[in-house]
Ligand binder design. Structure first.
Ligand SMILES: [Zn+2]
Length: 215
């Protein structure tokens, strides 16, 4: 651990659905991956090279929700780092089904990692900092947002986007529940928290609270 280094957030849009993979780390220290959605060879190489260049020890590979675009490359990435994919307890049983969601894009099912486990939502930490897990169903079951107080950042998965919200027309989607998740779990954060969504550019809690046309 290198507590003197500032926490860094690297966003890598990957796969044809342009899903944001995040590397959260201290240079020459510990780091985590959120949503290992790499698909093309070049995307895997870019991720592995970046982690090596920044000299990061990856300690957790986390998933916001069990949709295939978010864990497309998980099997290979988990094997590469010798780590399991860590998911919410309600997501564990939904990975196989989520993997088949690729069919709706005319794609073969994505590979589910051999090792997946439920994270301990009450004791998540890395690189000497705390990561809070907020359960935020509505886009789908087993969906969480990760709050990083040190960097005043929330990783919002497909719950809240810049100027939009997650779709609710897929299995276990529910608009009322999604709105409740956003109001009760995300809009209670300080307004200067930045929001790092699963797709598209970043935004801020303040901006979405007052300007999001879907809320
Ligand atoms: Zn997505």
């Amino acid at each position: 651990m290198n507590p003197q280094e500032t926490l860094q957030i690297k966003c890598m849009p990957v796969n044809p659905i342009e899903m944001n993979l995040y590397v959260v780390y201290r240079k020459n220290g510990e780091g985590i991956l959120i949503d290992p959605g790499c698909c093309q060879e070049s995307e895997f190489e870019r991720l592995f090279r970046f982690v090596d260049q920044e000299n990061i020890q990856i300690s957790h590979i986390l998933l916001t929700h069990p949709h295939f675009d978010h864990f497309w490359g998980a099997a290979r990435i988990c094997k590469h780092y010798g780590l399991p994919l860590e998911v919410h307890e309600k997501a564990l049983g939904l990975l196989e089904k989520g993997a088949m969601g690729a069919a709706s894009f005319g794609l073969p099912p994505v590979e589910v990692p051999e090792k997946a486990k439920v994270f301990d939502a009450n004791k998540m930490e890395f690189a000497g900092t705390r990561l809070e897990v907020r359960y935020t169903p509505g886009h789908c079951e087993g969906s969480v947002c990760f709050v990083l107080p040190e960097a005043k950042t929330v990783f919002s998965g497909d719950v809240l986007f810049n100027g939009s919200i997650g779709r609710t027309d897929l299995p276990s989607g529910n608009l009322d529940l999604l709105r409740k998740s956003i109001f009760e779990q995300l809009f209670v954060l300080d307004e200067d928290f930045q929001v790092r969504p699963g797709h598209g550019g970043r935004t801020w809690i303040e901006q979405e609270k007052y300007q999001n046309p879907f809320l």
